[in-house]
Design a protein around this ligand. Structure first.
Ligand SMILES: Cc1cc2nc3c(=O)[nH]c(=O)nc-3n(C[C@H](O)[C@H](O)[C@H](O)COP(=O)(O)O)c2cc1C
Length: 158
């Protein structure tokens, strides 16, 4: 078994496709971070101040529940954590994920897909949720191929 994990949350499928390609490029296992309560189209309406995503993203204590726990996190030394950018940062379910496991001695590499935004301050916002991990600078992935992702993974030296 590979000791690299690609864990991702995807509401619309874009991050899911990118995560699958990254896992292939890195020879990694894939794990989907699935919300216990799936996001509906109405939940994702960023023009609505009362939609679920807007309410969660405005609440620093928001930690949406995850449906399924990964039983063998101990097997992995490197964890790529992927998500769509929501409001210039990571969806709060990523905080739930990071706070659900012991990342001591593990390396975390964040990655995202977006409509155009970069990672901005995402990394510093997530670090306190897994302070014992070694954090590598992540990336917004767009228009990648298996070989471009392979080069990126190799450049990280993980
Ligand atoms: C609630 C919400 C907020 C978003 N905020 C941003 C943003 O701040 N910047 C950006 O470039 N894209 C933003 N997007 C677009 C998503 O990041 C982009 O479409 C992403 O690739 C979706 O990934 P997914 O299909 O895996 O969910 C937002 C999308 C949603 C639903």
């Amino acid at each position: 078994m590979s000791n690299i994990l690609v864990a991702y949350f995807s509401a619309g499928g874009t991050t899911k496709r990118t995560a699958a390609l990254l896992a292939k490029a890195a020879g990694a296992e894939l794990f989907e971070i699935q919300p216990k309560e799936p996001y509906t189209a109405a939940d994702l309406d960023w023009t609505n101040k009362k939609s679920r995503s807007t309410v969660e993203m405005n609440d620093p204590s928001s930690r949406p529940e995850i449906g399924k726990r990964l039983a063998n996190m101990a097997d992995y030394g490197v964890v790529f954590v992927g998500f769509p950018i929501w409001w210039y940062t990571a969806p709060t379910i990523i905080k739930t994920f990071l706070e659900s496991y012991d990342f001591a001695g593990k390396t975390i590499v964040p990655f995202a897909t977006s409509g155009g935004s970069g990672l901005g301050k995402t990394e510093s916002a997530l670090r306190p949720c897994a302070p014992a991990a070694v954090w590598k600078t992540g990336k917004v992935l767009r228009g990648e191929t298996e070989s471009s992702l392979k080069s990126w993974v190799e450049s990280l030296g993980v």
